[in-house]
Design a protein around this ligand. Structure first.
Ligand code: ZN
Length: 333
């Protein structure tokens, strides 16, 4: 704000006294409101895992990523698998030799996983691991292909992060004895062919090939779907609810995130609708959510690499999803 100090202030001590009274009344009212709310502390002073840090507005960097206060998701293993996809396989568009080799590796890492071909797209295949249980099932998915139209795109966040998380979740949940508990069936699906092929100008028509094929074949036995995409941004990781994502399931995700200490990743906000592998599910009437931090400066560039992601971010997201799945497994609705 700006001012030259020449404005008239009125005159006389009476007016000054009046101002003091108004200020006192305002302070008193603020105190009453604060008391009514149980004297809440500002967020930077609230408990949690981290020592409180006081940052001034001027020096606050991109929103920081909280550290989860539980350890049910194997962050180091997940990040190692993210790194491996980027370093060992490089660019890996759908159907490429690199993608085909990676698929073999991913299948071997997921308990009991098998390939499912994508009709009409030779050489492309989804990778599916099922933990049998009560149907209809819960699907947890990500895509493992990278951009075909952007030279040098290695998709550390766009592809590798979600893929690593899905594999890590599959391994963790397969170790839990579930048969007698009447848990819901869990299906971990790595989609091929999410990105549009070279030469395409229509993502809706040409992309999402693996998820479309999956829904056509299995949609009838799916209760709900959770998609992980862009989940490991190092700086400023945040997930507003993507507008196409189911509000009820999203609210459960936010509650799960708060329970494990990473609630700040999921602000009470909505972003525009995004076409992604959850879209074929929602179009089939299946409630789905897309964890996607689309506000990612390196999106669709060769800089979407290991410098732009972090283990801490991947772990924070993984812990929230783990807690959500633990709750959803036993849900009746
Ligand atoms: Zn993606």
């Amino acid at each position: 704000m700006d001012g030259d100090g020449s404005g008239g202030m009125g005159s006389g001590p009476l007016k000054v006294l009046g101002s003091v009274l108004v200020v006192q009344l305002l302070l008193g009212a603020a105190l009453l409101i604060w008391a009514a709310q149980g004297f809440p502390l500002p967020s930077f002073l609230r408990g949690g895992h981290e020592a409180p840090t006081v940052a001034t507005a001027a020096t606050t960097p991109a929103a920081s990523v909280p550290r989860a206060r539980v350890d049910a998701f194997d962050g180091p293993a997940a990040f190692a698998l993210l790194r491996e996809q980027v370093e060992r396989y490089g660019s890996r568009p759908a159907g490429s030799p690199a993608s085909r080799r990676l698929a073999e590796r991913l299948r071997a890492r997921m308990p009991g996983a098998r390939f499912e071909p994508i009709p009409g797209h030779r050489g492309q295949r989804n990778i599916v691991a099922v933990l049998p249980g009560r149907r209809p099932a819960i699907v947890v998915g990500a895509h493992y292909d990278t951009e075909a139209t952007i030279p040098g795109h290695v998709g550390a966040n766009d592809g590798a992060a979600g893929t690593a998380a899905v594999v890590t979740l599959a391994r963790a949940f397969s170790r839990i004895s579930r048969a007698q508990r009447g848990d819901r069936e869990l299906r971990f699906v790595l989609f091929d062919g999410e990105e549009e092929p070279k030469g395409s100008t229509d993502f809706y028509r040409d992309g999402m090939r693996g998820s479309r094929a999956y829904v056509a074949r299995h949609g009838d036995s799916v209760r709900e779907m959770i998609l992980l995409d862009y989940i490991a941004e190092k700086q400023g990781l945040r997930f507003p609810r993507e507008e196409g994502s189911d509000p009820t399931l999203w609210a459960e995700l936010r509650a799960a995130a708060r329970a494990v200490g990473v609630g700040s990743l999921f602000p009470n906000a909505v972003s525009g609708q995004i076409l992604d592998d959850h879209t074929p599910f929602t179009e089939a009437g299946i409630p789905a959510i897309d964890l996607i931090d689309f506000d990612y400066p390196q999106r669709d560039t060769p800089q979407d690499n290991l410098d732009a992601v972090s283990e801490r971010s991947l772990d924070a997201t993984g812990e929230a999803v783990t807690r959500l799945l633990e709750r959803r497994l036993q849900s009746e609705t």
